[in-house]
Design a protein. Structure first.
Length: 151
């Protein structure tokens, strides 16, 4: 066992925690229970577990490849959009349907990042995967929104 293996484990745990937080957020949006306090505590933990070991692995093995840069940018976007959504929702300036669309887009992007980290495609394919993930999340959100409006 070396430092890279430990960093990889921490990175994977951080990614799992991101998906746990996304799952809790989705359930909270569906069933209407508060989740912001949990995100305030575990969000920074997930960020540290994803970013610090990820930057270490990039430095010692991968460099600034297309999939690394795409993953880093996508992760920052997921976090920023999530924070924006949470703040607007808690302040009553965003309705639940818009928050669900935001959530589904972030889930799609997060799944695309997992694809990129697993397959390690070139820069164009990596960006395309994230765009497709976001588009699928947006499409799913629009279907959910239409159903909610019709009900």
């Amino acid at each position: 066992m070396d430092l890279y293996s430990i960093a990889l484990f921490q990175h994977i745990v951080g990614a799992l925690l991101v998906f746990v937080l996304l799952t809790i957020e989705g359930l909270a949006l569906r069933f209407g229970f508060p989740y912001a306090q949990l995100n305030r505590i575990l969000g920074p933990v997930a960020a540290l577990l994803v970013l610090v070991p990820g930057l270490y692995m990039m430095k010692v093995q991968w460099g600034w490849t297309g999939w690394v840069v795409t993953g880093l940018v996508a992760y920052v976007l997921i976090a920023a959009i999530g924070a924006y959504t949470g703040i607007r929702l808690m302040g009553g300036r965003m309705d639940a349907r818009a928050a669900i669309i935001s959530w589904l887009v972030r889930v799609g992007v997060a799944l695309a990042v997992v694809f990129d980290m697993s397959v390690k495609p070139n820069a164009v394919a990596s960006v395309l995967a994230v765009v497709v993930g976001a588009a699928l999340g947006l499409a799913g959100g629009m279907v959910v929104r239409r159903r909610a409006v019709q009900a």
